[in-house]
Design a binder for this molecule. Structure first.
Ligand code: F6R
Length: 244
């Protein structure tokens, strides 16, 4: 595992975008596993900037997003489909037919989970998985639990996650209570993982994930078992690491 310390969010975003950019240049038809939330927004902005300068070509890139709220349609401005379209896809030359996100409108959790696992398998797996981390250590929407989930599944979001995500909604009551997420098994089968973390409120989750015991109660701790993880975090997020 390689840990890069950035001085702030902007530097973190630039470094993370460099890793993704290298992947796209080395393998133009690569499969990018993508994340939503505040952490990767700056990374996407940087990628868009480099695309506009002519330095990046997404025409053959394929993508698979980590998760989607259950019950939200694509055109709902809180859906992760909408987020990806607004923050990345509409700004670059990606073929929308090559983008994949769990279908939040499918009420049948078992069917949607099986469908999405097949989508990822048919892509040949993920080359580079971008991740953020929750304050409770979740990755994707794999919440702290007694076991690690393997494949795509529907999760009940924890009160702390609903609380953290309510900033994007009119109120906590409007935050969907369930989501579809790739499982830990799928995330761990990505060839390379890029974790971006910013801010003091993530410091404990990051420390527990990278230095604590490997336990499903801190889902991010499983990353210690992956052989190719790059962590790009800012000083505030790394404040508990006294050796860095
Ligand atoms: C988003 C996702 C989540 C977020 C995490 C951190 O697709 O899977 O695990 O990465 O909740 O969210 P932010 O970046 O908003 O702090």
């Amino acid at each position: 595992m390689r840990i890069y310390k950035a001085k702030d969010y902007n530097e973190m975003s630039r470094k993370a975008a460099n890793v993704i950019s290298a992947q796209v240049i080395i393998k133009p038809d690569c499969v990018l596993g993508l994340a939503t939330g505040s952490s990767p927004i700056g990374t996407y902005q940087q990628l868009v900037e480099w695309y506009k300068k002519g330095d990046l070509d997404f025409s053959q890139v394929r993508t698979a997003n980590l998760d989607e709220y259950k019950g939200l349609t694509r055109d709902n401005d809180q859906s992760y489909y909408y987020f990806m379209y607004e923050n990345l896809f509409k700004h670059v030359n990606i073929d929308m037919a090559n983008t994949n996100i769990p279908d939040g409108t499918n009420p049948d959790s078992a069917a949607e989970s099986a469908r999405y696992d097949k989508v990822v398998a048919d892509l040949g797996g993920v080359d580079l998985q971008l991740l953020g981390i929750g304050r409770n250590g979740h990755i994707g929407f794999n919440e702290p639990d007694d076991a690690f989930a393997k494949g795509t599944h529907c999760v009940d979001l924890q009160p702390s996650t609903i609380e953290a995500n309510k900033r994007f909604f009119a109120s906590a009551d409007d935050v969907p209570k369930q989501a579809y997420t790739m499982g830990i098994g799928t995330i761990m089968s990505a060839k390379k993982i890029l974790l971006v973390v910013s801010g003091a409120d993530k410091a404990q989750a990051l420390y527990d994930s990278l230095r604590g015991p490997i336990t499903p109660h801190v889902p991010g701790s499983i990353l210690q078992l992956h052989k190719d993880v790059v962590v790009v975090a800012d000083e505030a997020a790394l404040s508990l690491f006294t050796d860095l």
